[in-house]
Design a binder for this molecule. Structure first.
Ligand SMILES: *Cc1c(COP(=O)(O)O)cnc(C)c1O
Length: 386
């Protein structure tokens, strides 16, 4: 096989292209009707009250932290097994970051480690303002434990659900914010649905939705009810806070709206492909991530954990790349990045995260992956393990 098989890619159909072209020919390229339509549609699908679209999930994470009033002197905790944006968002606000170790067989933030760390932090007066959980690979963290635990300590919760749009947790969609203040999705092309670049924050709290919409667009309002000075005339607007330009365009929202219609199909396909992988690896010294009871993953990623006594992960990675298979590793633990090491973190701080990192390998998984391509991936792994 000569074609390169990536670990993830978008699925674009003629109706996606038509929707974007139609929007290009319309009156609004930005700040029109498509963005609010996309926000409402996805919020409804996820059973949340409000949606706020952004230029990226990174922008959404930043504004979510600001809306929860994270600032200098505050702390945010997150998982070391994530993309750097989960923790960078706190640094943008001038806060400090710490991590909570993961469970090695799921890569998800460990509720027991969180409980211990909260207990100690309370004694030392160093409780975080926010915990950002990460629904790694598309599977929700154990929110029924984490949500109430954080509430008991007065800690706010953000779900970095960048991997998990379309997933279910205990029969509710991820994003319903049942156990959190704000949930974030990413629409980067490798994720479940795409807007090229883009993200969304969902919440059930009206004041947070309003704050995020304000901060997304320079902190400027045209809503007379919010004016602090007398209105000068029809041109009048007021800047009430220091915001940013983190808006999503109409072209992106038009694409997102059409992609939403296929969200459940995408997730079904990913689950079916994941089940085919699961079945193929029964006899091999590699295992899929453990799935928690009550979870239905969106399967942004299909991660296998290599038995490090029997399988050399680097050699397997190289073997698959040599066979044109775009395997990847998600993620290098954030705390060992040079930028984070200079804050004092070291390898030993989060041993479970390091153990996960040594073993993890992401295999190709996306809506257009054919069974034939998938069988080829499996056969290359089998050959390597024999
Ligand atoms: C992709 C991703 C992000 C950032 O998303 P962008 O839309 O690219 O900004 C944040 N967190 C996690 C866990 C991600 O996978």
């Amino acid at each position: 096989m000569s074609n390169f098989i990536p670990y993830g890619r978008q699925h674009i159909e003629p109706q996606d292209i038509a929707a974007v072209v139609e929007t290009l020919e319309s009156d609004y390229l930005t700040q029109g009707p498509k963005v609010p339509a996309f926000e409402q549609k996805l919020a409804k699908l996820c059973q949340a009250t409000y949606g706020c679209a952004f230029s990226s999930a990174t922008a959404a994470l930043h504004i979510a932290c600001l809306a929860l009033e994270l600032g200098c002197g505050d702390r945010l905790w997150t998982s070391p097994i994530t993309f750097v944006a989960s923790s960078n968002s706190a640094l943008y606000c001038g806060a400090t970051v710490d991590f909570v170790d993961v469970e090695v067989d799921t890569g998800l933030l460990c509720p027991l480690a969180l409980e211990e760390k909260l207990k100690t932090a309370e004694q030392q007066g160093t409780l975080p303002k926010i915990v950002t959980v990460v629904h790694l690979a598309g599977q929700s963290c154990d929110m029924a434990k984490i949500g109430p635990l954080c509430r008991r300590y007065g800690v706010l919760v953000i779900e970095d659900a960048s991997h998990a749009v379309g997933a279910d947790y205990q029969d509710k969609p991820v994003g319903s914010c049942q156990y959190s203040d704000i949930a974030i999705f990413s629409f980067h092309p490798v994720k479940i649905i795409t807007t090229a670049e883009g993200g969304m924050a969902l919440t059930n709290r009206a004041e947070l939705a309003e704050k995020m919409a304000l901060l997304r667009s320079h902190g400027i309002t045209r809503d007379r009810a919010q004016f602090q000075s007398p209105d000068h005339g029809p041109w009048y607007y007021e800047q009430l806070d220091l915001g940013f330009n983190y808006r999503m365009t109409e072209l992106q929202a038009a694409l997102g709206l059409v992609q939403c219609d296929r969200l459940s199909t995408f997730v079904d396909t990913r689950n079916a492909l994941a089940a085919r992988y699961d079945n193929a690896f029964g006899e091999l010294p590699v295992s899929p991530l453990r799935q928690l009871a009550g979870n239905r993953s969106a399967y942004h990623l299909y991660v296998i954990l290599c038995d490090d006594k029997q399988v050399n992960r680097l050699a397997l990675f190289n073997h698959l790349r040599e066979h044109n298979i775009g395997v990847n590793v998600h993620y290098i633990p954030v705390h060992i990045q040079p930028f984070y090491r200079q804050m004092g973190f070291s390898d030993e701080d989060f041993p479970q995260a390091m153990a996960y990192y040594r073993r993890a390998l992401s295999l190709p998984l996306y809506a257009d992956l054919t069974h034939q391509q998938q069988d080829y991936v499996v056969s290359c792994i089998k050959t390597f393990c024999d």
